[in-house]
Ligand binder design. Structure first.
Ligand code: GLN
Length: 485
């Protein structure tokens, strides 16, 4: 059952070929069998999952079911889940049982989806390799000596190994697309504001956006649909009607214009990745798309601007973790200051501390104008580049990451080289645009991801453009050796 598509699974449930309880058992068994090798889960919620599955079976038999009713999924451990530990990959929240559901968690419950557990991630979503997690690194199922990418590495690895057919993620600078690329799955980050951030633990609020991991764009569509929509509890939520993502999948690509930004194909791009992307471009030409060269002249400023804006916002967001209200508290504090200092000192890992220090510095009196304000101005230039590009083309195509999965430990001691693995993904978050990564081949047995960037609100078009490619390719159907039975 684990290699079926979501529409096949939904049809099987309706025909009673199997129950949601059986389906849930199938994936729980895979988790039990394989997750020791991957470490993709922080918390398994098997009993709750079986309860949800039985409730879904009852609902399916009344005919009042939705597409996701009875379908298992894994939830990134950044989303608050009532009554279930929500750690955000940090010692700081290791003991935190969320007292309420994030809007996304609530919506997936209402749709009748079955949560199998919470996935491993970089601490507070800061990282590109999953090595900053308090719970230890996640292994890439294509090669256990390599990283799955990050920060949503647990979700990406779990879907790649089909420990679940679907998983949620969040993307602040690439954390859905880069791990999707490195693990050979499909991942979509919608337009900023499309999915509510309420109850999603904040890293950099002006960049954070939730999205989806799945084997294919067609599988991703119903999950994105169920998560999306206006939420009065999130002041940046978009009040705009939702498109039907599944209904738009089959649209013809004739007449579609695809732009290739020259800045995303230059120095630093692995030759094997470049070749796989070039082959995908040819496939799109055969599908009727017109290919144009374009330029995003401020592309090189994205990583530096992001590493001012994101740390600045994180330093503010993470100030709520103070050892007083919830989360980790040090033993025997001498006084209030000692309580703050040691709780934060012991609760946060080194990458999180680095970001808080950089962010606090960038926001401090006298430096705000020089750093934060300047970065926000650069951000505007980056957005304007995209606005100009989308006056000429419908979709922008690029590699998702400059190289396939790197080795565990390879970049862990070199933050700048780690930060550069998001060189093609970060500008999208600064501009608030939707983007998707889909599998486009292999280099030495490691998956290559292709990035498609859309104009604001073009999620449906992106899923359609990815789906059309997936109808004529089978990269997304391949499973890593050892996980295929
Ligand atoms: N890798 C980037 C960072 O470390 C992006 C992380 C993310 O998208 N959450 O900040």
């Amino acid at each position: 059952m684990f290699h079926k598509t979501i529409s096949e699974l939904a049809a099987g449930l309706r025909k009673k070929a199997y129950s949601s309880e059986e389906l849930t058992h199938c994936f729980l068994e895979r988790i039990e069998r394989f997750d020791g090798q991957l470490n993709s889960l922080i918390t398994l919620t098997a009993e709750q999952a079986l309860d949800q599955a039985r409730a879904a079976d009852r609902r399916l038999s009344t005919g009042a079911a939705e597409t996701l009713t009875g379908i298992p999924y894994l939830h990134k451990d950044i989303f608050c889940t009532q009554g279930v530990r929500t750690s955000c990959g940090s010692r700081m929240l290791d003991n935190f049982i969320a007292p309420y559901d994030a809007t996304v968690s609530e919506k997936l419950k209402a749709a009748g989806a079955v949560m199998l557990g919470k996935t491993n991630m970089d601490e507070f979503a800061m990282g590109s390799s999953n090595e900053t997690s308090f719970y230890g690194p996640v292994k890439n199922p294509w090669d256990p000596e390599r990283v799955p990418g990050g920060s949503s590495g647990g979700s990406a690895a779990a879907v790649a190994a089909r420990l679940a057919p679907l998983a949620t993620g969040t993307d602040t600078g690439g954390s859905i697309r880069q791990p999707a690329a490195l693990c050979g799955v499909t991942g979509i980050k919608p337009t900023y504001g499309r999915v509510s951030r309420y109850g999603m633990i904040a890293f950099a609020s002006s960049l954070d956006q939730a999205g989806v991991f799945a084997a294919s764009a067609a599988d991703a569509a119903p999950l994105l649909q169920a998560m999306s929509g206006f939420d009065p509890r999130d002041s940046t939520s978009l009040e705009r009607p939702l498109e039907n993502y599944s209904a738009g999948l089959e649209q013809d690509l004739a007449g579609l214009t695809i732009g290739l930004p020259k800045e995303y194909f230059g120095e630093g791009l692995d030759a094997g990745v470049a070749a796989a992307v070039a082959a995908a471009v040819e496939e799109y030409r055969r599908l009727g798309a017109e290919i144009r060269d374009i330029s995003l002249p401020n592309a090189a400023l994205a990583v530096p601007a992001y590493y001012v804006v994101a740390p600045a916002e994180c330093s503010s967001n993470l100030s709520r973790m103070d050892g007083v209200r919830f989360g980790y508290r040090c033993d025997d504090p001498r006084d209030l200051e000692d309580l703050y200092v040691r709780s934060r000192g012991e609760g946060f890992g080194p990458e999180v501390k680095r970001r808080i220090l950089v962010g606090t510095y960038a926001l401090s009196a006298g430096y705000y104008d020089a750093y934060y304000l300047k970065a926000q101005q650069v951000r505007r230039l980056i957005r304007d580049d995209f606005v100009r590009a989308f006056a000429e083309v419908d979709v922008i195509l690029s590699p998702t990451a400059p190289a396939p999965a790197f080795r565990l430990g390879e970049k862990a001691g070199d933050p700048v080289s780690m930060y550069l693995s998001d060189i093609y993904t970060i500008a999208v978050n600064l501009a608030g645009l939707p983007a998707l990564s889909l599998p486009a081949g292999f280099v030495d047995g490691l998956p290559v991801g292709l990035q498609l960037i859309g104009n604001y609100f073009a999620e449906s078009r992106l899923l359609n453009v990815a789906h059309r490619y997936q109808q004529v390719s089978d990269w997304h159907r391949r499973l890593p050796a050892g996980f295929d039975a």
